[in-house]
Design a protein around this ligand. Structure first.
Ligand code: HEM
Length: 418
Protein backbone atom coordinates (compact mmCIF):
# COMPACT_ATOMS: atom_id res chain seq x y z
CA UNK A 1 0.00 0.00 0.00
CA UNK A 2 1.38 3.47 -0.73
CA UNK A 3 0.39 6.71 0.95
CA UNK A 4 0.88 9.83 -1.08
CA UNK A 5 0.29 13.55 -0.95
CA UNK A 6 2.12 16.65 -2.12
CA UNK A 7 5.28 17.80 -0.33
CA UNK A 8 6.50 21.44 -0.56
CA UNK A 9 8.54 20.56 -3.60
CA UNK A 10 5.50 18.80 -5.07
CA UNK A 11 7.24 15.48 -4.64
CA UNK A 12 4.84 12.71 -3.68
CA UNK A 13 5.17 11.61 -0.06
CA UNK A 14 4.83 7.93 0.52
CA UNK A 15 3.43 8.24 4.05
CA UNK A 16 3.26 4.54 4.72
CA UNK A 17 6.80 3.88 3.64
CA UNK A 18 8.05 6.92 5.54
CA UNK A 19 6.39 6.03 8.86
CA UNK A 20 7.82 2.52 8.73
CA UNK A 21 11.29 3.50 7.54
CA UNK A 22 13.89 2.70 10.26
CA UNK A 23 15.85 5.88 9.44
CA UNK A 24 12.71 7.97 9.86
CA UNK A 25 11.84 6.22 13.13
CA UNK A 26 15.31 6.96 14.49
CA UNK A 27 15.25 10.61 13.47
CA UNK A 28 11.94 11.91 12.13
CA UNK A 29 12.43 15.59 12.82
CA UNK A 30 13.91 17.03 9.61
CA UNK A 31 11.49 15.19 7.38
CA UNK A 32 8.47 16.23 9.45
CA UNK A 33 9.68 19.83 9.43
CA UNK A 34 9.78 19.77 5.66
CA UNK A 35 6.34 18.18 5.35
CA UNK A 36 4.75 20.63 7.83
CA UNK A 37 5.75 23.47 5.49
CA UNK A 38 3.23 22.19 2.95
CA UNK A 39 0.38 22.05 5.46
CA UNK A 40 -0.27 21.51 9.15
CA UNK A 41 -3.22 19.23 8.31
CA UNK A 42 -2.71 16.80 5.46
CA UNK A 43 -4.95 14.16 3.97
CA UNK A 44 -3.49 10.95 2.69
CA UNK A 45 -5.86 10.31 -0.21
CA UNK A 46 -5.13 6.62 -0.32
CA UNK A 47 -6.13 5.71 3.23
CA UNK A 48 -8.31 8.71 4.03
CA UNK A 49 -6.25 9.39 7.18
CA UNK A 50 -5.62 13.03 8.16
CA UNK A 51 -2.20 13.80 9.59
CA UNK A 52 -1.86 16.75 11.98
CA UNK A 53 1.58 18.35 12.18
CA UNK A 54 0.88 21.78 13.72
CA UNK A 55 0.60 22.66 17.41
CA UNK A 56 -2.43 24.97 17.03
CA UNK A 57 -4.20 22.48 14.78
CA UNK A 58 -3.59 19.61 17.21
CA UNK A 59 -5.05 21.66 20.10
CA UNK A 60 -8.18 22.31 18.00
CA UNK A 61 -8.48 18.62 17.27
CA UNK A 62 -7.92 17.47 20.86
CA UNK A 63 -10.48 19.89 22.27
CA UNK A 64 -13.18 19.46 19.61
CA UNK A 65 -16.34 17.68 20.83
CA UNK A 66 -16.77 16.48 17.23
CA UNK A 67 -13.59 14.38 17.58
CA UNK A 68 -13.52 11.30 19.82
CA UNK A 69 -11.39 8.23 20.46
CA UNK A 70 -13.87 5.44 19.74
CA UNK A 71 -12.27 3.54 16.86
CA UNK A 72 -15.48 1.60 16.23
CA UNK A 73 -16.68 4.79 14.50
CA UNK A 74 -13.71 4.78 12.10
CA UNK A 75 -15.29 3.75 8.80
CA UNK A 76 -13.63 0.53 7.65
CA UNK A 77 -11.20 0.79 10.57
CA UNK A 78 -9.90 -1.89 12.94
CA UNK A 79 -12.96 -2.40 15.07
CA UNK A 80 -15.69 -1.04 12.85
CA UNK A 81 -18.60 -3.44 12.23
CA UNK A 82 -17.49 -3.79 8.56
CA UNK A 83 -14.06 -5.12 9.58
CA UNK A 84 -15.62 -8.08 11.39
CA UNK A 85 -15.86 -10.10 8.17
CA UNK A 86 -12.95 -8.52 6.32
CA UNK A 87 -10.37 -8.98 9.10
CA UNK A 88 -11.81 -11.03 11.98
CA UNK A 89 -8.46 -11.26 13.82
CA UNK A 90 -8.11 -7.46 14.04
CA UNK A 91 -11.76 -7.15 14.96
CA UNK A 92 -11.36 -9.66 17.82
CA UNK A 93 -8.16 -8.03 19.03
CA UNK A 94 -9.50 -4.49 19.12
CA UNK A 95 -12.90 -5.52 20.46
CA UNK A 96 -11.17 -7.29 23.34
CA UNK A 97 -9.45 -4.02 24.21
CA UNK A 98 -12.23 -1.63 23.27
CA UNK A 99 -14.30 -0.95 26.34
CA UNK A 100 -12.15 1.33 28.46
CA UNK A 101 -11.88 5.09 28.91
CA UNK A 102 -9.15 5.66 26.34
CA UNK A 103 -11.31 4.17 23.56
CA UNK A 104 -14.63 5.70 24.59
CA UNK A 105 -16.60 8.76 23.67
CA UNK A 106 -19.02 10.70 25.88
CA UNK A 107 -20.91 9.89 28.01
CA UNK A 108 -19.13 6.55 28.70
CA UNK A 109 -15.70 8.15 28.74
CA UNK A 110 -16.53 10.57 31.57
CA UNK A 111 -18.38 7.89 33.54
CA UNK A 112 -15.22 5.72 33.61
CA UNK A 113 -12.66 8.50 33.95
CA UNK A 114 -14.48 9.94 36.98
CA UNK A 115 -13.77 6.72 38.87
CA UNK A 116 -10.01 7.32 38.81
CA UNK A 117 -9.39 10.97 37.98
CA UNK A 118 -9.09 12.45 41.47
CA UNK A 119 -6.76 9.63 42.60
CA UNK A 120 -4.36 10.49 39.75
CA UNK A 121 -4.29 14.24 40.47
CA UNK A 122 -0.78 15.67 41.02
CA UNK A 123 -1.66 16.34 44.69
CA UNK A 124 -2.88 12.80 45.41
CA UNK A 125 0.06 11.33 43.49
CA UNK A 126 2.47 13.01 45.92
CA UNK A 127 1.39 10.44 48.51
CA UNK A 128 3.18 7.84 46.38
CA UNK A 129 6.42 9.80 46.00
CA UNK A 130 8.19 8.14 48.98
CA UNK A 131 7.40 4.70 47.51
CA UNK A 132 8.66 5.82 44.08
CA UNK A 133 11.87 7.22 45.60
CA UNK A 134 12.48 4.04 47.61
CA UNK A 135 12.07 1.82 44.52
CA UNK A 136 14.30 4.17 42.51
CA UNK A 137 17.00 4.00 45.16
CA UNK A 138 16.98 0.20 45.20
CA UNK A 139 17.47 0.11 41.44
CA UNK A 140 20.13 2.83 41.47
CA UNK A 141 22.07 0.88 44.10
CA UNK A 142 21.96 -2.24 41.94
CA UNK A 143 23.59 -0.54 38.91
CA UNK A 144 27.10 -1.74 38.03
CA UNK A 145 29.80 0.91 38.37
CA UNK A 146 32.85 1.36 36.16
CA UNK A 147 31.80 -0.96 33.30
CA UNK A 148 29.36 -0.43 30.43
CA UNK A 149 25.79 -1.67 30.94
CA UNK A 150 22.43 -1.18 29.30
CA UNK A 151 20.38 1.49 31.06
CA UNK A 152 17.14 0.18 29.50
CA UNK A 153 17.51 -3.41 30.75
CA UNK A 154 18.95 -2.49 34.13
CA UNK A 155 16.80 0.47 35.02
CA UNK A 156 14.29 2.05 32.60
CA UNK A 157 12.40 -1.17 31.76
CA UNK A 158 12.08 -1.97 35.45
CA UNK A 159 11.10 1.15 37.41
CA UNK A 160 7.74 2.07 35.78
CA UNK A 161 6.54 -1.54 35.89
CA UNK A 162 7.43 -1.85 39.59
CA UNK A 163 5.61 1.41 40.40
CA UNK A 164 2.47 0.44 38.44
CA UNK A 165 2.18 -2.97 40.03
CA UNK A 166 2.81 -1.48 43.49
CA UNK A 167 -0.09 0.93 42.94
CA UNK A 168 -2.33 -2.09 42.37
CA UNK A 169 -0.74 -4.17 45.14
CA UNK A 170 0.51 -6.83 42.69
CA UNK A 171 3.48 -8.81 43.98
CA UNK A 172 7.01 -8.71 42.54
CA UNK A 173 6.67 -12.38 41.43
CA UNK A 174 4.57 -11.08 38.55
CA UNK A 175 7.25 -8.76 37.10
CA UNK A 176 8.47 -11.17 34.46
CA UNK A 177 4.96 -12.12 33.34
CA UNK A 178 3.72 -8.51 33.27
CA UNK A 179 6.74 -7.49 31.18
CA UNK A 180 6.06 -10.35 28.75
CA UNK A 181 2.41 -9.35 28.33
CA UNK A 182 3.38 -5.69 27.91
CA UNK A 183 5.82 -6.46 25.12
CA UNK A 184 3.08 -8.26 23.14
CA UNK A 185 0.50 -5.55 23.87
CA UNK A 186 2.73 -2.64 22.96
CA UNK A 187 2.20 -3.44 19.28
CA UNK A 188 -1.54 -2.80 19.51
CA UNK A 189 -1.12 0.91 18.82
CA UNK A 190 0.90 0.30 15.67
CA UNK A 191 -0.45 1.00 12.22
CA UNK A 192 0.89 -2.20 10.80
CA UNK A 193 0.75 -5.45 12.72
CA UNK A 194 1.48 -8.80 11.13
CA UNK A 195 -1.12 -11.55 11.66
CA UNK A 196 1.37 -13.28 13.98
CA UNK A 197 1.75 -10.15 16.09
CA UNK A 198 -2.03 -9.78 16.24
CA UNK A 199 -2.45 -13.38 17.39
CA UNK A 200 0.32 -12.95 19.96
CA UNK A 201 -1.25 -9.72 21.27
CA UNK A 202 -4.70 -11.32 21.44
CA UNK A 203 -3.36 -14.27 23.42
CA UNK A 204 -1.46 -11.95 25.80
CA UNK A 205 -4.54 -9.78 26.21
CA UNK A 206 -6.75 -12.73 27.10
CA UNK A 207 -4.21 -14.14 29.56
CA UNK A 208 -3.68 -10.73 31.18
CA UNK A 209 -7.43 -10.19 31.50
CA UNK A 210 -7.94 -13.65 33.03
CA UNK A 211 -5.19 -12.91 35.52
CA UNK A 212 -6.76 -9.55 36.47
CA UNK A 213 -10.22 -11.10 36.78
CA UNK A 214 -8.87 -13.63 39.30
CA UNK A 215 -6.71 -11.05 41.04
CA UNK A 216 -9.56 -8.59 41.52
CA UNK A 217 -11.91 -11.27 42.75
CA UNK A 218 -9.40 -12.05 45.53
CA UNK A 219 -9.68 -8.42 46.73
CA UNK A 220 -12.35 -6.44 48.56
CA UNK A 221 -13.69 -2.89 48.32
CA UNK A 222 -11.91 -1.90 51.53
CA UNK A 223 -8.51 -2.86 50.09
CA UNK A 224 -5.74 -0.52 51.24
CA UNK A 225 -4.69 -0.02 47.63
CA UNK A 226 -6.70 2.98 46.49
CA UNK A 227 -6.91 1.87 42.85
CA UNK A 228 -8.30 -1.53 43.83
CA UNK A 229 -10.88 -0.03 46.19
CA UNK A 230 -11.98 2.56 43.61
CA UNK A 231 -12.32 -0.16 40.99
CA UNK A 232 -14.32 -2.54 43.16
CA UNK A 233 -16.54 0.24 44.45
CA UNK A 234 -17.33 1.26 40.87
CA UNK A 235 -18.13 -2.35 40.02
CA UNK A 236 -20.48 -2.88 42.96
CA UNK A 237 -22.20 0.50 42.38
CA UNK A 238 -22.76 -0.42 38.72
CA UNK A 239 -20.68 2.55 37.50
CA UNK A 240 -18.59 0.13 35.43
CA UNK A 241 -19.32 -3.43 34.36
CA UNK A 242 -16.81 -6.27 34.65
CA UNK A 243 -15.40 -5.90 31.15
CA UNK A 244 -14.83 -2.16 31.68
CA UNK A 245 -13.25 -2.77 35.08
CA UNK A 246 -10.77 -5.29 33.69
CA UNK A 247 -9.87 -3.26 30.60
CA UNK A 248 -9.40 -0.03 32.54
CA UNK A 249 -7.18 -1.73 35.12
CA UNK A 250 -5.17 -3.29 32.32
CA UNK A 251 -4.79 0.11 30.64
CA UNK A 252 -3.70 1.74 33.88
CA UNK A 253 -1.18 -0.96 34.81
CA UNK A 254 0.33 -1.32 31.34
CA UNK A 255 0.46 2.49 30.85
CA UNK A 256 4.02 2.21 32.17
CA UNK A 257 5.62 1.41 28.78
CA UNK A 258 5.57 5.06 27.70
CA UNK A 259 7.29 6.04 30.95
CA UNK A 260 10.06 3.51 30.15
CA UNK A 261 10.73 5.49 26.98
CA UNK A 262 10.56 8.83 28.80
CA UNK A 263 13.41 7.63 31.05
CA UNK A 264 15.48 6.28 28.13
CA UNK A 265 14.84 9.13 25.67
CA UNK A 266 15.29 11.70 28.45
CA UNK A 267 18.65 10.33 29.58
CA UNK A 268 19.83 10.13 25.97
CA UNK A 269 18.90 13.79 25.39
CA UNK A 270 20.87 14.81 28.49
CA UNK A 271 23.91 12.75 27.50
CA UNK A 272 23.83 14.16 23.98
CA UNK A 273 23.72 17.70 25.43
CA UNK A 274 26.43 17.67 28.14
CA UNK A 275 26.09 21.41 28.82
CA UNK A 276 22.43 20.93 29.69
CA UNK A 277 23.32 17.92 31.84
CA UNK A 278 25.80 20.10 33.74
CA UNK A 279 23.20 22.86 34.19
CA UNK A 280 20.81 20.32 35.70
CA UNK A 281 23.50 18.98 38.01
CA UNK A 282 24.25 22.49 39.26
CA UNK A 283 20.62 23.58 39.63
CA UNK A 284 18.11 20.92 40.61
CA UNK A 285 15.44 23.64 40.44
CA UNK A 286 15.57 23.05 36.68
CA UNK A 287 14.35 19.45 37.05
CA UNK A 288 10.69 20.21 36.39
CA UNK A 289 11.27 22.27 33.22
CA UNK A 290 14.03 19.82 32.21
CA UNK A 291 11.58 16.91 32.22
CA UNK A 292 9.06 18.89 30.13
CA UNK A 293 11.85 19.55 27.64
CA UNK A 294 12.77 15.84 27.51
CA UNK A 295 9.10 15.10 26.79
CA UNK A 296 9.02 17.73 24.04
CA UNK A 297 12.36 17.05 22.41
CA UNK A 298 12.21 13.24 22.02
CA UNK A 299 8.59 12.28 22.74
CA UNK A 300 7.96 8.65 23.65
CA UNK A 301 4.83 8.40 21.50
CA UNK A 302 4.51 9.12 17.79
CA UNK A 303 0.74 9.16 17.22
CA UNK A 304 -2.26 10.54 19.09
CA UNK A 305 -5.45 9.56 17.38
CA UNK A 306 -8.97 10.89 17.04
CA UNK A 307 -11.98 9.64 15.06
CA UNK A 308 -14.58 12.15 13.81
CA UNK A 309 -17.95 11.68 15.53
CA UNK A 310 -19.28 14.44 13.26
CA UNK A 311 -17.76 16.48 10.42
CA UNK A 312 -15.08 18.78 11.82
CA UNK A 313 -13.22 21.70 10.22
CA UNK A 314 -9.61 21.66 11.40
CA UNK A 315 -7.85 24.82 10.31
CA UNK A 316 -9.92 25.00 7.13
CA UNK A 317 -9.61 21.29 6.30
CA UNK A 318 -12.80 19.23 6.55
CA UNK A 319 -12.37 15.99 8.50
CA UNK A 320 -15.53 14.06 7.59
CA UNK A 321 -17.49 11.95 10.08
CA UNK A 322 -15.96 8.47 10.44
CA UNK A 323 -12.42 9.59 9.49
CA UNK A 324 -9.26 8.92 11.44
CA UNK A 325 -6.96 11.85 12.31
CA UNK A 326 -3.49 11.25 13.71
CA UNK A 327 -1.48 13.89 15.55
CA UNK A 328 2.23 13.39 14.78
CA UNK A 329 3.73 14.37 18.14
CA UNK A 330 7.34 14.77 16.96
CA UNK A 331 6.14 17.40 14.47
CA UNK A 332 3.69 19.09 16.86
CA UNK A 333 6.33 19.39 19.59
CA UNK A 334 8.74 21.15 17.24
CA UNK A 335 6.30 23.49 15.50
CA UNK A 336 8.23 26.77 15.07
CA UNK A 337 4.94 28.72 15.31
CA UNK A 338 4.71 27.62 18.96
CA UNK A 339 8.31 26.99 20.05
CA UNK A 340 11.26 29.34 19.66
CA UNK A 341 14.27 27.58 18.24
CA UNK A 342 12.44 24.23 18.37
CA UNK A 343 15.47 22.06 17.53
CA UNK A 344 17.33 23.32 20.59
CA UNK A 345 17.28 21.15 23.74
CA UNK A 346 16.89 23.75 26.49
CA UNK A 347 16.09 22.43 29.96
CA UNK A 348 14.93 25.86 31.13
CA UNK A 349 12.47 26.36 28.25
CA UNK A 350 9.50 28.46 29.41
CA UNK A 351 6.74 28.30 28.42
CA UNK A 352 6.75 24.74 27.15
CA UNK A 353 3.35 23.67 25.86
CA UNK A 354 4.58 20.26 24.69
CA UNK A 355 1.79 17.88 23.63
CA UNK A 356 3.01 14.40 24.50
CA UNK A 357 0.17 13.83 26.96
CA UNK A 358 -2.45 14.77 24.37
CA UNK A 359 -5.18 17.19 25.30
CA UNK A 360 -8.84 17.83 25.98
CA UNK A 361 -10.98 15.26 27.78
CA UNK A 362 -8.58 12.37 27.07
CA UNK A 363 -5.42 14.11 28.29
CA UNK A 364 -3.22 11.43 29.88
CA UNK A 365 -4.53 10.55 33.32
CA UNK A 366 -1.09 9.21 34.32
CA UNK A 367 0.85 12.39 33.41
CA UNK A 368 1.58 13.40 37.03
CA UNK A 369 2.75 9.88 37.82
CA UNK A 370 5.03 9.73 34.78
CA UNK A 371 6.53 13.14 35.65
CA UNK A 372 7.16 12.04 39.25
CA UNK A 373 8.88 8.84 38.13
CA UNK A 374 11.11 10.86 35.81
CA UNK A 375 11.90 13.33 38.59
CA UNK A 376 12.78 10.53 40.98
CA UNK A 377 14.92 8.75 38.38
CA UNK A 378 16.94 11.75 37.16
CA UNK A 379 17.39 13.26 40.64
CA UNK A 380 18.73 9.96 42.00
CA UNK A 381 21.03 9.31 39.03
CA UNK A 382 22.54 12.80 39.11
CA UNK A 383 22.95 12.86 42.88
CA UNK A 384 24.53 9.42 43.04
CA UNK A 385 26.79 9.50 39.97
CA UNK A 386 28.95 12.56 39.19
CA UNK A 387 29.93 10.75 36.00
CA UNK A 388 27.43 9.34 33.52
CA UNK A 389 28.61 8.72 29.97
CA UNK A 390 27.36 7.08 26.80
CA UNK A 391 29.29 3.82 26.35
CA UNK A 392 28.09 2.65 22.93
CA UNK A 393 25.57 3.22 20.15
CA UNK A 394 22.00 3.68 21.44
CA UNK A 395 19.55 1.41 19.62
CA UNK A 396 16.05 2.68 18.79
CA UNK A 397 13.15 0.27 18.49
CA UNK A 398 12.55 0.26 14.73
CA UNK A 399 9.72 -2.25 14.66
CA UNK A 400 7.34 0.06 16.54
CA UNK A 401 5.55 2.88 14.83
CA UNK A 402 3.45 4.25 17.68
CA UNK A 403 5.83 4.16 20.62
CA UNK A 404 9.15 5.89 20.17
CA UNK A 405 11.81 4.57 22.45
CA UNK A 406 15.15 2.89 22.93
CA UNK A 407 15.80 -0.80 22.87
CA UNK A 408 19.17 -0.25 24.48
CA UNK A 409 21.20 2.66 25.85
CA UNK A 410 24.73 1.61 26.83
CA UNK A 411 26.13 3.86 29.55
CA UNK A 412 28.89 3.95 32.12
CA UNK A 413 28.55 5.51 35.57
CA UNK A 414 30.85 6.35 38.42
CA UNK A 415 30.54 7.71 41.95
CA UNK A 416 33.85 9.51 41.41
CA UNK A 417 34.16 12.69 39.36
CA UNK A 418 36.59 12.58 36.41
C1 HEM B 1 5.61 9.45 29.63
C2 HEM B 1 4.61 8.64 29.91
C3 HEM B 1 3.26 8.71 29.24
C4 HEM B 1 2.91 9.24 28.03
C5 HEM B 1 3.83 9.88 27.01
C6 HEM B 1 1.48 9.07 27.87
C7 HEM B 1 0.74 9.53 26.79
C8 HEM B 1 -0.63 9.45 26.69
C9 HEM B 1 -1.40 9.96 25.58
C10 HEM B 1 -0.83 10.62 24.34
C11 HEM B 1 -2.70 9.71 25.84
C12 HEM B 1 -3.89 10.05 24.95
C13 HEM B 1 -4.25 11.51 25.12
C14 HEM B 1 -5.22 12.04 24.08
O1 HEM B 1 -5.78 11.25 23.33
O2 HEM B 1 -5.41 13.27 24.00
C15 HEM B 1 -2.77 9.05 27.12
C16 HEM B 1 -3.92 8.65 27.72
C17 HEM B 1 -3.95 7.84 28.82
N1 HEM B 1 -2.87 7.46 29.60
FE1 HEM B 1 -0.97 8.03 29.36
N2 HEM B 1 1.00 8.43 28.97
C18 HEM B 1 2.04 8.19 29.84
C19 HEM B 1 1.98 7.58 31.07
C20 HEM B 1 0.85 7.00 31.58
C21 HEM B 1 0.80 6.26 32.84
C22 HEM B 1 1.96 6.08 33.80
C23 HEM B 1 -0.48 5.80 32.94
C24 HEM B 1 -1.06 4.97 34.05
C25 HEM B 1 -1.32 5.44 35.18
C26 HEM B 1 -1.23 6.28 31.79
C27 HEM B 1 -2.57 6.02 31.57
C28 HEM B 1 -3.32 6.62 30.57
C29 HEM B 1 -4.76 6.44 30.43
C30 HEM B 1 -5.66 5.56 31.29
C31 HEM B 1 -5.15 7.22 29.34
C32 HEM B 1 -6.56 7.39 28.81
C33 HEM B 1 -7.16 8.68 29.37
C34 HEM B 1 -8.52 9.00 28.79
O3 HEM B 1 -8.86 8.56 27.70
O4 HEM B 1 -9.26 9.73 29.45
N3 HEM B 1 -0.39 6.99 30.99
N4 HEM B 1 -1.49 8.90 27.61
Amino acid sequence: MSFSSDSPSNEKIDWWQMLLDPDFIKSPHQKLELIRKSGAVQLDPETGIYFILGHREFRQLALAPEMGRDTQLWTNGWSSPESRQRDPLSYDLFSEFQRQMVNSNPPDHRRMRDVYEHAFSPKRMLEFFPMIEAETKKLVNSLPEGAPFDFMTNFANKLPLIISRNLFGISADMDHQLAKWNSALIKIGDILMSPDQKSEALLALREYKDYLRKYLSSKTKDSKEIFISLTLEALSAGTMDEEEVINNCLGLISGNETTVSLLGNGLLSLLQHPQELERLRKDSGLMRSGIEEMLRHEPSINFILRVAIKDFQCSGVLIPQGSMAIGLVSAINRDPERFNDPEKFDISRQPNAQSIFGGGPHVCIGAALARMEAQSCFSALLEEFPRIEIAGEPLWWVDRTNQRGLQSLPIMISRHAA
